[in-house]
Design a protein. Structure first.
Length: 102
């Protein structure tokens, strides 16, 4: 996802697309490993503020918001492996569409 963020910034420097990670409440022990060697921000959900349950998130879901920060769609990285060029391109196209850039 770091590469995708960098690619979007290079191609669309004025876009406001920001990819961030949110680690689910109760999974704090994996934060250090998840953030190691990455540039993307990683937020930690907490009990009582559990964003994951509010949005009915499944493990490895990418929740995409539109230009008004409203829900646009969900793209799951378990069923859509970004090492496959067509899946990477599909996610990128979806992010761009949500931002009104294609």
């Amino acid at each position: 996802m770091d590469d995708l963020q960098k690619e979007i910034v290079e191609e669309y420097p004025d876009s406001e697309i920001q990819i961030i990670g949110i680690n689910g409440a109760g999974h704090e022990s994996g934060v250090e490993t998840a953030a190691d060697g990455r540039d993307l921000p990683l937020l930690q959900d907490r009990e009582g503020v559990d964003v994951s349950s509010l949005w009915d998130v499944t493990y490895r879901d990418v929740i995409i918001l539109d230009e008004q920060n409203e829900y646009y769609t969900t793209y799951n990285l378990t069923s859509n492996d970004l090492s496959e060029a067509e899946k990477y391109a599909a996610l990128k196209a979806t992010l761009l569409a949500a931002a009104g850039l294609n």
